[in-house]
Design a protein around this ligand. Structure first.
Ligand code: GLU
Length: 379
């Protein structure tokens, strides 16, 4: 193990471990892979003996419930999926509780929706609860509140949930376990010569492109594909934490830290993001969106400037002053998010216009920036 890699991994104190459905659900017979959870509990106990704090983000509720309710594929109807989650979540937690008891560890269930992150008071409560659990050496086991969450309040997939959790807990390391060995320089399912990349110092657009198109999704039971994993990892490394992607069928968490396990390590940015910027970056569903031209993208990414109306070509989704908005490029890629200083109705009057003209149209009191750089987080 290289020195840097060893340092990053062994020095991590607070660790969020995300386990995908394919690892937790028996794809042949249905039901929870209890043997796996037993090994996971052992591994978590090992980490805790080394003074680590561990939070688990689990998938598998819908997948487990599907088998019990007789679905071969994930149902498309939301209420049916939610019924699967309601049934599967208890089977899943039963397995966690039993297996963690074997290693003398307590675990506790936390089910979240995006609102818990958006609302400042709920967010603080949640932080206090999880931090108290960690202080008492209880392992929090987190999933999305699937049986209640509707589209508007959904975090999305559990890759996103795990990065939200890592960000709001200021974790040092996010471990994502999937059914691939890590990130390859080509699709390993199509190209047998594809090479596993062991270390990614920075998630550039070229690295993102290795994961396929935005929106590419997973299998019969899982939700996110490689793209959603990289998006989640990108949010975490941008905040200054590190991330590791490994095959949960072969690798356990303690092996990543102490045994040079196979996988891809993504280095966090040197500068740690402060809590306000982390908060901005993980609020799950921005209210509105705007599309910026190439010049606007460059100003944001290269010069870290504020966003001015001159760079905006279109309003995507309506928003009001003070709302969180998403900033997209012309191909629909997410570039940044931030707090808008005025609403989309006003913006529509000044698209592509320079500041003097903006002030002439909207009045001299209007702020120069649509989004000030202090309220802006790049992806
Ligand atoms: N929360 C979902 C479940 O427990 C999984 C979503 C995901 O894997 O991204 O079934």
């Amino acid at each position: 193990m290289s020195e840097l890699r060893a340092k990053i991994l062994t020095e991590a104190k607070r660790i969020v471990v995300k386990i995908g459905s394919r690892i937790l659900v028996d794809s042949e017979h249905g039901g929870v892979r209890t043997r796996y959870i037993q090994k996971l509990a052992d591994s978590v106990a090992c980490l805790m003996e080394h003074g680590k704090e561990v939070v688990i983000v689990t998938s598998g509720a819908v997948g487990t419930g599907m088998a019990e309710l007789g679905y071969a594929e994930k149902p498309k109807v939301m209420a049916e999926k939610q019924a699967c989650a309601a049934v599967g979540q208890i089977d899943l937690m039963y397995a966690y509780r039993e297996m963690f008891r074997w290693v003398q560890l307590s675990c506790g269930q936390i089910l979240l929706s995006a609102d818990d992150f958006r609302d400042r008071t709920r967010y603080k409560n949640l932080q206090n609860t999880i931090k108290t659990m960690l202080a008492k050496k209880i392992v929090p086991i987190i999933n999305e509140n699937d049986s209640l969450a509707v589209a508007e309040i959904k975090v999305g997939d559990n890759d996103k949930l795990s990065s939200d959790v890592a960000l709001f807990l200021d974790a040092d390391l996010l471990l994502i376990f999937t059914d691939e060995d890590g990130l390859f320089d080509d699709n390993p399912k199509k190209n047998s010569k594809a090479r596993l990349l062991r270390f990614i110092p920075e998630i550039t657009p070229a690295v993102l492109a290795l994961a396929g198109a935005p929106g590419e999704t997973g299998s019969a039971v899982s939700t996110g594909g490689m793209r959603s994993k990289l998006e989640a990892i990108r949010a975490v490394v941008n905040s200054g934490a590190n991330a590791f992607l490994a095959n949960g069928m072969k690798v356990l968490p303690h092996e990543v830290l102490f045994e040079n396990a196979l996988g891809t390590l993504f280095a966090g940015k040197k500068q740690k993001m402060n809590s306000r910027r982390r908060w901005l970056s993980f609020v799950s569903t921005p209210k509105g969106s705007v599309i910026v031209d190439k010049g606007g993208v460059k100003a944001l990414q290269k010069n870290h400037s504020s966003l001015l109306p001159v760079g905006v070509i279109q309003v995507g989704k309506h928003f009001d002053a003070g709302d969180l908005i998403e900033i997209l490029d012309e191909s629909g890629n997410r570039i940044a998010r931030g707090i808008a200083q005025y609403g989309s109705d006003n913006l529509n009057l000044v698209l592509g216009k320079k500041t003097p003209m903006v002030r002439e149209i909207l009045g001299s009191d209007i702020p120069e920036e649509l989004v000030h750089k202090n309220d802006l987080v790049l992806f």
